[in-house]
Design a protein around this ligand. Sequence first.
Ligand SMILES: [Cu+2]
Length: 140
Amino acid sequence: MRRLLAALLLALPPVAGWAQRSAPPPHGLSVGPQTITIRLSSFAFEPDHLRLRAGVPVRLRLVNESDGGHDFSAPGFFAASAYFAGSAPPPGGTIDVAGKSAAEISIVPQRPGSYRVECTHFLHSLFGMTATIDVVGASP
Ligand SMILES: [Cu+2]
């Protein structure tokens, strides 16, 4: 019995060390930008209100769950943001998302303000397919 206990004690330190190394990084220190998923449906964005911080990179993942196409049109917001190489939005600031598909864009909001998002498909914004992105100033 005593030998078993000794063996257990000897086995403990490496196990504890392994557990520490495999622990996830502390909150807020994860690698890469935070991903925010926005669902597009007929006829809504969910969530329809985003609050982003200027200077903090985020990855917007646009998921169209409906059969028909939608788009994510935010020319003012895109013009007020910076981009990583190869990740600029299309000219006009409108990202098409075909039915049952997804698109991603990584951005760094730059100018604080309130920006309108809409789907430009015929009548969709009238049916409620709009959203607002508020960009707030960088933390002191
Ligand atoms: Cu739409």
